[in-house]
Design a protein around this ligand. Sequence first.
Ligand SMILES: Nc1nc2c(ncn2[C@@H]2O[C@H](COP(=O)(O)OP(=O)(O)OP(=O)(O)O)[C@@H](O)[C@H]2O)c(=O)[nH]1
Ligand SMILES: [Mg+2]
Length: 249
Amino acid sequence: MRAEWNAEPMALLSVLAGDGGMEDGNGLGAANRAEFVRQGVVAVNLMGAPGSGRTRLVEATARALDGHRTGVLLAGRAVEAEAWRLGQAGVPAHTIPSRGCHVDAGDVDVALQEFAWRYLDYLFVENVGGLVSPARHTLGETARVVTLALPDGAELPLKYPDVFRSADLVVVTKADLLPFLPHVSLDAIAESLACVMRRPAFVVTSAFTGRGLAPWITWLERSRRGLCGEPARRPAAALEAADPVLVLA
Ligand SMILES: Nc1nc2c(ncn2[C@@H]2O[C@H](COP(=O)(O)OP(=O)(O)OP(=O)(O)O)[C@@H](O)[C@H]2O)c(=O)[nH]1
Ligand SMILES: [Mg+2]
């Protein structure tokens, strides 16, 4: 299997396939999800190791999604400065006080009451940095995305399979560093994701150069079209049969 830079994205399955028995906060996850679907807002639960490039990815994504309305909920330590920076860049951002190693559907429910999100097209929820607790919780998101920073290499998905298995898409970040990381191989990353993901799908991006953002944006746009009912919502099995399962970006 060879990993190249450009490729076709695929549709997300979270909305269609459910959450596979995750903790959903006494039904608040399902309630959040129903509300996102009703409002046609793509809500991305953005998980990843601390420092894996999620905030920079959101900033670059909001720029690339020019013409769409994008907002962010930020959880974690000392996120106020990031929220301020995003706000200055024209991306509405709200912080979620973090009490532990993840946020849950109840935290998101509270945040949604404090944040004007209904007019958005895309809402990114940057979860607390970590690869263990977030895997076990749904926020009611319509898409689960995990960032994998290129310098962290191909072993990370094998060490933390649950969070990668729970993802609709993995965004490999910091790809501009590839020339300086002779020990890191995109092929090896593709192979380890194929070992752990139910439907292996990833894009390779650099928030700094903008390279690789196009397939990520296309994936998000397809997610939104799916959420808004166009094309017609097909059952998960039909999607599996019809669409490629691997995004080579
Ligand atoms: N070379 C390179 N560095 C990046 C890229 N994206 C982010 N970084 C750097 O990686 C570090 C962490 O980036 P963030 O976007 O803050 O990562 P995060 O996952 O939001 O981090 P926390 O919220 O603190 O866990 C910062 O020093 C960024 O400048 C990228 O595309 N290329
Ligand atoms: Mg961050």
